[in-house]
Design a protein around this ligand. Structure first.
Ligand SMILES: [Zn+2]
Length: 349
């Protein structure tokens, strides 16, 4: 779709934040009212399409510079640098007054490199990410709700289906998620040469105390929904290390499980780092490249994490129930996770 020149002018008249870009154009090219709308309208590369194109080292440098400009409030410079890699700036101003500046691919050139947002004022040092849209069903929309519910300052969403590419990722790990064994280069949680990985690296550098909450969906085989023994979530810090109850991953697990069991006593949640859950060590994300980076790996692609003892990484595998609001009477919804994060990580009751 081509933009009409006057649309930008109208947009600017309605936005205090509009600034002149190069050649006098607007630096903010689109504006939407909530993150869910943005997430549901960005372009994605779909499964087995082979349309995902990994960025070059130069592309990653331009992406990092664009983030840096956004962080310092120079939207015009951020927009110009983003244009060099086929990205544009979209502003989100939601009903609660939170404003986000988001870098998205231009609709005319969708390569599946992701959507990235920074909250411009206020908020909490939390990075919410969703690496597997359209595979981990509903985690795209749900992640936007979690960003708002916890007031996260940072948001990353892969816009490539994890099975988009045919080429194998050079990074560790094995999976049958895409038919033939192995992770694909389009798998945002298992490839380091990506904007998605760079965003985590950049946030960790700018906000070392930020929590990185990564949302996934797990299959009914591991995380049954609607049974007499639901497993609503598997949590990990990117490790199978047993950690004390005071470790963030175990605190978050306890806060979530308490909420889940208050509304459905037969259901539970598990932590890969809890001694009490020692009989269940599945889905512990030890090869996740963001988790490895945050946990001190020397090479997140090929080397295991050093230690998860002080991990800021929280990997959450969710059953279908937790990812969405099924009906007005549904007691297991994303709000339970939002409330648990607010309590366990941000000290809000
Ligand atoms: Zn996943």
């Amino acid at each position: 779709m081509r933009r009409v020149p006057w649309l930008g002018v109208l947009l600017c008249l309605s936005l205090a934040a509009c600034e002149g870009g190069s050649g006098g154009g607007a630096s903010v090219e689109r504006s939407v009212n909530d993150l869910e709308t943005l997430v549901s309208t960005v372009g994605y590369t779909e499964a087995y399409s082979d349309e995902y194109q990994p960025p070059s080292i130069g592309d990653i440098a331009a992406f990092q510079q664009s983030l840096e400009y956004l962080f310092t409030g120079d939207r015009a410079a951020a927009s110009r640098r983003a244009a060099d890699i086929g990205y544009e700036l979209t502003q989100v101003r939601d009903a609660l007054g939170a404003e986000y500046a988001c870098l998205r691919e231009r609709p005319s050139r969708v390569l599946g490199r992701g959507l990235y947002c920074l909250r411009m004022q206020g908020g909490e040092d939390v990075h919410v990410s969703a690496p597997h849209p359209h595979y981990d069903i509903d985690t795209d929309i749900q992640s936007a709700a979690v960003v708002r519910g916890v007031g996260a300052r940072y948001y990353s969403l892969s816009t490539a289906h994890r099975c988009s590419s045919i080429a194998r990722s050079p990074c560790d790990g094995s999976t049958l998620a895409c038919g033939a064994p192995g992770y694909r280069i389009s798998d945002a949680a298992h490839n380091t040469q990506s904007f998605f990985q760079e965003f985590t690296v950049w946030v960790a550098g700018r906000a070392p105390s930020a929590w990185h909450v990564q949302l996934h969906g797990c299959s009914a085989a591991f995380c049954p929904s609607g049974t007499e023994a639901d497993v609503v979530a598997h949590l990990s810090a990117g490790s199978r290390e047993i950690l004390p109850d005071s470790a963030p991953v175990n605190r978050l697990n306890a806060a979530l499980r308490r909420r889940v069991q208050a509304v459905r006593p037969s259901a539970t949640t598990h932590s890969c780092s809890s001694r009490a859950d020692a009989d269940d060590r599945t889905l512990c994300s030890t090869a996740n490249t963001q988790g490895r980076y945050l946990n001190g790996s020397t090479d997140a692609c090929t080397a295991p994490a050093a230690s998860a003892a002080d991990s800021r990484f929280l990997h959450i595998e969710q059953n279908l129930d937790l990812r969405r609001v099924d009906s007005a009477a549904d007691p297991i919804t994303p709000q339970l996770l939002i409330d648990a994060i607010n309590e366990a990580l941000l000290g809000r009751r």
